[in-house]
Write a protein of this length. Structure first.
Length: 119
């Protein structure tokens, strides 16, 4: 595989997993904002579980920024439209969508540019 395609796949799956974990953490512990908005005690279960999980969102943000760069370079290299590039970017913001888009991008690359995917 080309290094660009490998980087895209690794970043896409990492961003997708972090987004899914972050979303599940918010759903299971309640909104992280409620910890500060409603003065939840630091002794509460929501605070003890939710506060450390903020690291997931920080990591998601950093990996998403790297994903943006790699997705842009990949889309320019293969000549995809701006609309398709925007779909690739939105996938990192909608839970589970990243996995669908990553699969679609991989299949599209295999069809249109097998030299980028070849081992």
């Amino acid at each position: 595989m080309s290094k660009l395609f490998t980087a895209y796949r690794v970043l896409a799956l990492t961003v997708g997993v972090l987004l899914l974990l972050g979303t599940l953490s918010v759903l299971l512990t309640g909104s992280l904002e409620s910890v500060t908005l409603y003065n939840v005690s630091t002794d509460s279960i929501a605070y003890k579980i939710g506060h450390p999980l903020e690291l997931i969102w920080i990591l998601h943000g950093w990996f998403y920024m790297a994903y943006l760069v790699v997705a842009f370079v990949l889309s320019r290299k293969v000549g995809w439209s701006l609309g398709f590039f925007l779909v690739m970017l939105l996938a990192g913001l909608v839970p589970v969508m990243m996995f669908v888009v990553e699969h679609y991008v991989s299949e599209k690359l295999k069809r249109e540019h097998p030299e980028l995917v070849a081992a």
